[in-house]
Design a protein around this ligand. Structure first.
Ligand code: FAD
Length: 299
């Protein structure tokens, strides 16, 4: 189903992000997790893509298994860094054959490490969006409407563009190129999200914005997030709450889930269009947030 139709159906979209596992045990575990998520009737789930193509086959495999084995709409991420037009065309043809309706279009980052990768044919995500739109229509996806296309948004900025006005212009370029929705980077400070959403509106961005939420469940998870989502602000009161629970893993998890729940409650109060949960392939934290918010069928 085209994401525009999902957004028209669900006044509040609720969605989850998974990554393709590396081992057979990981695949079994993920499908057990997915079985727990299915009764929550998510609007869609999304599947990450390793920049440069490192998970190319496994992203495709997970999305097609979700299509075959569940009732959930699965949206693959696709990054263009390091890919040629032909690479992307072949990937899109595979998705069209598999009946995939939507794609989250990203630039990705050069992989860290020794391997040199030429940047490819798409300097930024807006170029990929334009290409996806054209190819989706050519391939007859969604009865000729083309792919539903999502793009990334960064409420707390993106490190490569310190000029925040320019950054919103770059986001607007992705929307003008044909994006149907925006999913944000995770954040812990809702005021940053609300302010950024108002600035998007001022810039003429009317595309639905889905807020990215990740509950902290451990100190090591928090450190990993700080590394992966560089620039994300960790409010002092969140860090104090975690610090008070020092040495007590269960209390830390409770504090992280409580924070994320309060974030969601505030977003709902202020009519957010959707919430996208970064699950790290686990279900417990998100299920607990659901229970507390009273949205959709409770697990
Ligand atoms: P772009 O929109 O191209 O922006 C990248 C930078 O270039 C920004 O600083 C922007 O301001 C700047 N820029 C854009 N256009 C221009 C222009 N015309 N001239 C000059 N500068 C310009 N990464 C993965 O590898 N795999 C994933 O599955 C993945 N999923 C993600 C999901 C979400 C919801 C988010 C928020 C991020 C995800 N990422 C993923 C990370 C993402 O690929 C990186 O953060 C990347 O650095 C930015 O991608 P983008 O699509 O926003 O790129």
């Amino acid at each position: 189903m085209h994401l525009a139709d999902i957004l028209a159906r669900d006044t509040l979209t609720l969605s989850f992000e998974f990554f393709p596992p590396k081992s057979d045990a990981g695949w079994d575990g993920l499908f057990r997790t997915i079985a727990e998520f299915e009764p929550l009737a998510p609007s869609f789930v999304s599947v990450t893509y390793g920049a440069g193509g490192s998970t190319r086959d496994n992203t495709h495999r997970l999305v097609t298994r979700l299509r075959r084995e569940t009732t959930i709409e699965a949206v693959p991420h696709l990054t263009c860094f390091g890919h040629t037009k032909d690479d992307i065309r072949i990937i899109l043809e595979g998705y069209a054959v598999a009946g995939v309706s939507n794609i989250l279009a990203l630039r990705g980052d050069p992989p860290t490490g020794a391997r040199f990768l030429p940047p490819g044919d798409f300097p930024n995500a807006a170029d990929l969006v334009r290409f996806l739109k054209r190819e989706g229509e050519r391939l007859g996806v969604n009865g000729g409407r083309g792919f539903g296309i999502g793009v990334a948004g960064f409420p707390e900025g993106h490190s490569e563009t310190p000029n925040t006005l320019l950054q919103i212009e770059h986001l607007k370029a992705k929307v003008d190129a044909g994006a149907n929705y925006i999913v944000t980077q995770l954040f812990f400070d809702n005021s940053a999200f609300h302010d950024w959403r108002a600035r998007c509106e001022l810039a003429g961005i009317r595309t639905p914005i889905i807020a990215g939420i990740m509950p902290i469940t451990s100190v090591s998870g928090l450190k990993r997030m700080a590394e992966l989502a560089g620039g994300t602000r960790f409010p002092a009161s969140l860090l104090k709450a975690i610090d008070r629970c020092k040495g007590n893993a269960e209390a830390i998890e409770n504090a992280g889930i409580h924070w994320a729940t309060e974030q969601c409650r505030d977003l709902l109060d202020l009519d957010v269009r959707g919430i996208h949960f970064y699950t790290l392939n686990k279900s417990d934290a998100t299920k607990r947030i659901y229970r507390t918010l009273g949205v959709r069928p409770s697990p």
